[in-house]
Design a protein around this ligand. Structure first.
Ligand code: HEC
Ligand code: HEC
Length: 254
């Protein structure tokens, strides 16, 4: 092969490699980015008449002390477990994975008796905004979610999906991830039995701290509708990074 021919072949090969490489880069750039599990709206929507304890605002302004958070959480673990997973039978909700803003609001509301919780009240009543900040900071930063939350019977999921898309997405989002900014709870990964009880109490005005817009939205729900939509919600998957690996044996210090 002559020298010129060799240079030409090498040049063509290099060009081919470069074009191929460019092609790959362009293809990669044109791929849709994986949808992130968020649908926060920019403005905080706070409907009039939404009962929110004053302590919520105070606790949100304080820096959490996670070391103290572990100590406070020891009491909570008696019911919500070391893992923060609660119980599949719904007696105790899962706290792991919940938005810190939601944990703060719910804890502050329970403490202020805006939300009835006679089982928990005696254990949660001492303290103040700093303790609320510490324990919720600990839960939100250190607890991973139960990979096997309680689910419904799975016999009416199509109806559940339709109801969910029409009535819940605007607040709890497509995947049930909720909105930290708006205090909308994460409901993906939560236990079916717990959610069913809360949903009914919210509908019937028994959970007095509920968002009035949600109360209005679900007024017409029958028993069958409630079961179907909560069953569907209990099957929505949290993002992997929030879920505990299968062999995780949680210790409070983890
Ligand atoms: C004696 C048992 C018990 C103890 C101890 C306890 N809880 Fe609870 N907690 C409950 C029960 C029961 C509920 C659900 C009540 C209901 O069904 O309305 C609950 C609900 C909650 C909720 C609301 C969750 C949600 O999804 O809305 C938060 C937040 C919470 N607990 C945090 C705590 C923290 C923090 C502590 C420790 C300071 C604690 N709990 C101690 C029993 C307990
Ligand atoms: C207007 C917004 C909005 C809509 C619409 C809405 N929710 Fe909610 N939902 C909330 C807020 C906010 C809370 C927490 C209420 C509070 O402040 O205590 C909540 C609480 C809940 C809870 C209890 C969660 C917990 O951890 O205690 C469940 C379950 C729930 N919603 C399910 C649904 C389902 C299913 C639908 C549709 C059928 C729905 N919600 C529609 C805003 C909404």
């Amino acid at each position: 092969m002559g020298k010129k021919k060799l240079i030409a072949v090498a040049g063509i090969s290099l060009a081919a490699v470069l074009i191929g490489f460019l092609g790959i880069v362009l293809w990669w750039a044109s791929q849709p980015t994986k949808p992130k599990q968020t649908c926060d709206v920019d403005n905080l929507v706070k409907p009039a008449g939404w009962n929110m304890a004053e302590e919520t605002r105070l606790a949100l302004e304080l820096e959490p002390d996670l070391e103290n958070g572990i100590e406070v959480y020891e009491v909570c673990a008696a019911c919500h477990l070391d893992s923060g997973w609660g119980r599949v039978d719904g007696t105790f909700p899962q706290l792991a994975g919940q938005h810190r803003t939601v944990l703060i609001k719910q804890l502050a509301d329970i403490r202020a008796l805006n939300r009835d919780n006679p089982t928990m009240y005696p254990f949660a009543s001492p303290g103040g905004p700093q303790i609320v900040s510490d324990v919720t900071g600990y839960i939100a930063e250190k607890r991973l979610m139960n990979p096997n939350n309680g689910k419904g019977p799975g016999d009416d999921l199509e109806h559940g999906e339709k109801l969910y898309k029409e009535n819940c997405v605007k607040c709890h989002c497509e995947q049930g991830q909720g909105s930290a900014k708006n205090f909308y709870p994460r409901i993906q990964g939560q236990h079916y039995e717990y959610m069913l009880r809360q949903f009914e109490w919210i509908r019937d005005g028994k959970r007095r701290n509920a968002n009035p817009d949600m109360v209005k939205q679900i007024q017409g729900f029958t028993e069958k509708d409630m079961k179907a939509v909560i069953d569907y919600a209990s099957r929505l998957k949290p993002p992997k990074e929030l879920v505990a690996p299968p062999s995780w044996e949680p210790d409070l210090a983890d």
